[in-house]
Design a protein around this ligand. Structure first.
Ligand code: M6R
Length: 363
């Protein structure tokens, strides 16, 4: 049931404020999820987290690396399951092995989990399908509570994975003592604001749709970001190529001059995710490098960032101003909508893109 939407993907994008609120209540308020985290996951004996996943789920891990490292002071390695499983990486009893999977059945992720059995201190999974193989074979399986996701392109599962990972990072910080009660309540308060920020981002759909109508005419698109916005840029590129079949690549903005800048000309749209804040000036200089080569910049930022960027931008998407480390979550929404509206504009099969399966149960 598409609940009045044209595609499952549109329905699943729209559902995000509701499912995110549900997941946050479960993991932040003193109910089941939080109790389970506190009782069954003790970060004090952990000195490293190894996160393993595929596709969009691996990008959720990548975003959370910034949180675990900055908030909880815990080193995080993020690995793609198909690489991890054959590399035979060293693990020990102080390593937490964390697997993220919407379906809980991805063959490579499951094989990576089995490799960790007997080698890592603890095996934890974050899944949408609670009855899945990955959930069953974990020491602790944490549900993301997104509800069924039908569209092949993952949307609400990604944002729910992000909030569960953020809640876990806060739990880790409490247990390792890197935050005090005041900082805990400040950060928890910021995390609770995410569903409202996602609602505000959803309201930008008409603007994003107008940008999509332009993007649909191009053969290649670059996505740039820094910090946690870098993996969100990767997700924007993945989503666009999956459903619109436009060639898209994501880069850390600082990598621009190490190669991709050679691609920039008047035919190359560059979507830049850059809220105002400490890294903004760095990204602005990357934007100027693109503009100097006649590249078409789509800047996704808040009012302050857009004002500072000045003239010469091709398109803009104005996000609300968002404080704190979890701002990247709301920036997922314009990435999802850009891909969705571009695909609709091109007339591709949004929910069942060619060559892709919802659950990749073979290598
Ligand atoms: O079910 P999983 O989360 O393990 O699936 C992982 C990837 O196959 C999945 O995220 C894929 O990249 C999506 N089609 C992305 O939209």
């Amino acid at each position: 049931d598409k609940a009045g939407h044209r595609h499952f993907m549109a329905k699943e994008i729209a559902e995000q404020p509701e499912v995110l609120s549900h997941a946050l209540t479960y993991y932040l308020d003193p109910c089941d999820g939080r109790r389970q985290l506190e009782a069954e996951l003790d970060f004090s004996g952990i000195d490293r987290i190894v996160m393993v996943a595929c596709g969009t789920a691996s990008l959720a891990c990548f975003v959370s690396k910034y949180w675990f490292e900055q908030i909880a002071g815990l080193p995080v390695e993020v690995d793609i399951a198909s690489e991890f499983r054959y590399r035979e990486p060293p693990l020990n009893a102080r390593t937490l092995a964390l697997f993220v999977s919407q379906s809980g059945e991805t063959a490579d992720t499951l094989a990576a989990l089995r490799y960790c059995r007997g080698r890592a201190g603890k095996i934890v999974s974050i899944v949408n399908a609670a009855e899945s193989s990955i959930a069953r074979e974990s020491d602790l399986a944490l549900p993301i509570l997104a509800g069924p996701e039908i569209g092949v392109a993952s949307t609400k599962a990604f944002s729910c994975q992000l909030v569960v990972l953020a809640a876990m990072a806060l739990q880790a910080a409490r247990q390792t003592g890197t935050i005090d009660a005041g900082e805990d309540s400040r950060l928890s308060g910021l995390l609770r604001q995410v569903p409202g920020q996602v609602s505000a981002a959803l309201a930008l759909a008409p603007r994003v749709q107008a940008v999509s109508a332009q993007l649909a005419r191009h053969a290649d698109v670059l996505f740039l970001g820094r910090g946690p916005f870098y993996p969100i840029a990767l997700e924007g590129a993945l989503k666009l190529k999956e459903i619109s079949y436009i060639h898209a690549e994501g880069y850390a903005a600082g990598e621009l001059k190490h190669g991709p800048i050679a691609l920039i000309d008047e035919e190359m749209p560059v979507v830049v995710l850059a809220p105002s804040g400490p890294l903004f000036d760095k990204v602005l200089s990357n934007i100027q490098e693109v503009l100097a080569r006649a590249g078409k910049v789509v800047l996704v930022s808040d009012a302050e960032g857009l004002a500072a960027a000045g003239e010469g931008l091709w398109q803009t998407i104005e996000m609300p101003a968002i404080e704190g480390p979890f701002a990247a979550i709301a920036y997922v929404v314009p990435m999802q909508q850009l891909a969705y509206h571009t695909a609709v504009e091109k007339g591709t099969d949004v929910d069942q893109p060619r060559n892709l399966a919802k659950s990749v149960t073979v290598e």
